[in-house]
Write a protein that binds this ligand. Structure first.
Ligand SMILES: Nc1ncnc2c1ncn2[C@@H]1O[C@H](COP(=O)(O)OS(=O)(=O)O)[C@@H](OP(=O)(O)O)[C@H]1O
Ligand SMILES: Nc1ncnc2c1ncn2[C@@H]1O[C@H](COP(=O)(O)OP(=O)(O)O)[C@@H](O)[C@H]1O
Length: 200
């Protein structure tokens, strides 16, 4: 895939560790994966607000938003989803290098694609959060009316209906939004970040 040749890496004198020290917290990507309507966006928005109030520097990457710009040329075939996640993995890596606690919320339905992002990042820089909810729950929420369209055959290859979702095998965190409230999910993630020393 690589087409670039004759390119040489140019190092900075200000490095990730310096930026982390300035920020007074570690940087990492909190990677939300789950079905459409499981709560990825809702939880990441609420988490970001809480972290901001704690003085943590964050940035949120979200499927719907990134597909308006950087990834507007990608659809929902398995190949396009793979490229979507690959690019977001690279963007997340840049954000982590910039010293930010990055919140990435993408369906990211394929285990292999998520594991590729994990491999791209350093040890403890990829925190996988499985936003678990049954298809029935997500379909009953249907915040954008997309399940209705998928059932009517107006959207083909919709995750959970006629396209696969591969749940994480060993995520760092699972939040079960069938059972947990939004506040409980946010508290669980903040407790993990504190407990693992990300927030100093
Ligand atoms: N076919 C199909 N399948 C799933 N989702 C679809 C589809 N078509 C459009 N949408 C809308 O796109 C959002 C998912 O984008 P992502 O970039 O997160 O998807 S992926 O990770 O590449 O699978 C998803 O957003 P969320 O509901 O926030 O998950 C939908 O709003
Ligand atoms: N416990 C919960 N956690 C998160 N969202 C919930 C919960 N219960 C109900 N919801 C609702 O479910 C919907 C989830 O939508 P969204 O956050 O856009 O999901 P996703 O980003 O995974 O597609 C929102 O309308 C949200 O208010």
């Amino acid at each position: 895939m690589a087409k670039s040749e004759n390119i040489v890496w140019h190092d900075s004198q200000v490095m990730k560790e310096h930026r982390r020290k300035l920020n007074n917290h570690k940087s990492a990507v909190v990677w939300f994966t789950g079905l459409s309507g499981s709560g990825k966006s809702t939880i990441s928005v609420a988490l970001e607000k809480e972290l901001y109030q704690m003085g943590v520097r964050t940035y949120r990457l979200d499927g719907d938003n990134i597909r308006h710009g950087l990834n507007k040329n990608l659809g929902f075939s398995p190949e396009d989803r793979k490229e979507n996640i690959r690019r977001i993995g690279e963007v997340s890596k840049l954000m982590v290098d910039a010293g930010l606690l990055t919140l990435s919320a993408f369906i990211s339905p394929y285990r292999e694609d998520r594991d590729d992002v994990r491999s791209l990042l350093g040890d403890h820089e990829f925190i996988e959060v499985f936003v678990d909810a049954s298809v029935e729950t997500c379909e009953s929420r249907d915040p954008k009316g997309l399940y209705k369209k998928a059932r009517a055959g107006e959207i083909k290859g919709f995750t959970g209906i006629d396209a696969p979702y591969e749940a994480p095998v060993n995520p760092e965190i699972t939040v079960d939004t069938d059972k947990q409230s939004l506040a409980e999910s946010v508290a669980e993630i903040v407790a993990y970040l504190k407990g693992q020393g990300y927030l100093e």
